[in-house]
Design a protein around this ligand. Sequence first.
Ligand SMILES: NC(=O)c1ccc[n+]([C@@H]2O[C@H](COP(=O)([O-])OP(=O)(O)OC[C@H]3O[C@@H](n4cnc5c(N)ncnc54)[C@H](O)[C@@H]3O)[C@@H](O)[C@H]2O)c1
Length: 284
Amino acid sequence: MTTLQGRVALVTGTSPNIGGVLASGLAAAGAKVACNDIVAGHAASRAETIIATGGEAIAVPFDVTDEVAAGAAVHEVLQTWGGIDILVNNAVAFDMAGVLDMPVERFRKQVDVIVGGAFILTQLVGQSMVSRGRGGSIVNILSTAAWQGQAGNIGYCTAKSGMINFTRSVAMELAPHRIRVNALTPTATIPDDPEQARRFTEVFDGLAGAGKMDFNGLNPWERLPTPSDYVAPLVFLASDDAAMMTGTNITVDGGALAKYWPQIPGRQFPDGQLRDGQPSAHAK
Ligand SMILES: NC(=O)c1ccc[n+]([C@@H]2O[C@H](COP(=O)([O-])OP(=O)(O)OC[C@H]3O[C@@H](n4cnc5c(N)ncnc54)[C@H](O)[C@@H]3O)[C@@H](O)[C@H]2O)c1
């Protein structure tokens, strides 16, 4: 895949989980990648990984809610590579709490990282794209929690669903400049790294065991996605192949959002068999 040859990307929140894999995926498709994170080590190690695998990358550690630091970092990328063609707003602060209990400062902080950070980066990078006059592609990373109401996760659900119409609104504003703005919706993800995957699997199993949430049992597909599953859709949205796509979303969730809500996968037929008679992966 070299569809992004010569392009420059800035990815926020390049942890070893999704953002880092997305940054590597853009680099593998030919882009030069500026890796951001508030944790300097995350940004640095992702840039090192990309360079070690033959790509071009720099680390730009900063807090996405800090307008001055973000401005300096965007300036650095522009000085280094002459322009930014792709922005991926991926940084997130997880902080699960419900509306009855969450202190308003924590709510504000979480919404500020997700929506405020995307606003600042979109403004700064958008301005640079407009003045350069070569168009561009902005991709906002959502979540299935943007499209559904999850109890006890008020800041995340609010901010992520806000990003749906942020995406549409910015897409309309920037269309005259040939800057496309789209969203990518992941869902509960099993990390590519085996050790991280083991820990996440334990968490998911624990939630199911406690009868709270059943990610595997209610998932229509045979497995949960990994960060690698998001790379090709992101590269597509970032590339000229998606030239007529703006203000929209690609969901990569194994069908989770498409599912009729009360249906238990694999149990839709009385004998627990799929239509072709094969036993369901979910049949228990
Ligand atoms: N992991 C999942 O199961 C899942 C599911 C659906 C959607 N998503 C979305 O995918 C994206 C990546 O998720 P992830 O699981 O890789 O998250 P993660 O927690 O592994 O990574 C997020 C990164 O953002 C960084 N960050 C936090 N605050 C920041 C700030 N103010 N400025 C800059 N960086 C900051 C963190 O340090 C971290 O490295 C997020 O947008 C998330 O909402 C994740």
